[in-house]
Write a protein that binds this ligand. Structure first.
Ligand code: SF4
Length: 188
């Protein structure tokens, strides 16, 4: 795994399309028990070279019911976004992850896991890539149990998702307690 992570951190396959250049952000260990598959690092993550060290990350940790030490231990959580580098901004927010990245790297990382991890699919890009079903994000999350035990589907924890959270209050009251139970079991 160490050699593979070094190779990924030197990757520049889609550098011509990356406005701030390549800076792959990934974290994993052969012992990772849970994989956080999300979209791609934002500009802050690119600048700090660390994933989820922002309001989205704080909310994600609250949802998972873990502290920073547990979260940033790769033996617990692997950080495996669909694109490892910040893709730049478009008119309505961050651009989608570079399409080259996940097909090139994800399976190679997954092949190094010693046991089958739980994949937390955060947001539409990760869910569309891994699930290949036609349900909307809301429908998937309403039916989250259908994807277990391999996958747990979540919306993106970004503060810009306030509208979705307010409209779907069942998510925090019904889904989050089950997510926390699942995480607790996996981390035992
Ligand atoms: S996004 Fe992925 S494929 Fe593209 S340069 Fe970064 S690590 Fe390489």
């Amino acid at each position: 795994m160490k050699g593979l992570l070094t190779e990924i951190r030197h990757c520049s396959v889609c550098k011509p399309f990356l406005p701030l250049g390549a800076n792959p952000i990934i974290s994993a260990s052969p012992k990772s028990k849970i994989v956080l598959a999300s979209q791609a690092p934002g500009k802050i993550a690119h600048e700090k070279s660390i994933a989820w060290d922002d309001p989205s990350g704080r909310r994600l940790r609250a949802w998972l019911g873990v502290n920073e030490d547990t979260f940033y231990n790769p033996d617990n959580f692997a950080v495996l976004p669909l694109g490892f580098c910040f893709p730049g901004k478009g008119k309505t927010g961050d651009l989608p992850p570079r399409p080259e990245c996940a097909p090139l790297w994800h399976q190679k990382v997954i092949d190094h896991f010693e046991a089958d991890p739980l994949y937390i699919l955060i947001g539409n890009h990760a869910q569309s890539y891994y699930l290949q079903d036609k349900r909307s994000l809301t429908k998937r999350i309403q039916n989250f149990e259908a994807y277990l035990p391999k996958y747990f589907v979540l919306p993106h924890p970004s503060p810009v998702n306030h509208f979705w959270m307010n409209k779907n209050k069942w998510f925090e009251s019904d889904v989050i307690p089950q997510l926390q139970q699942e995480i607790k079991q996996r981390l035992q």
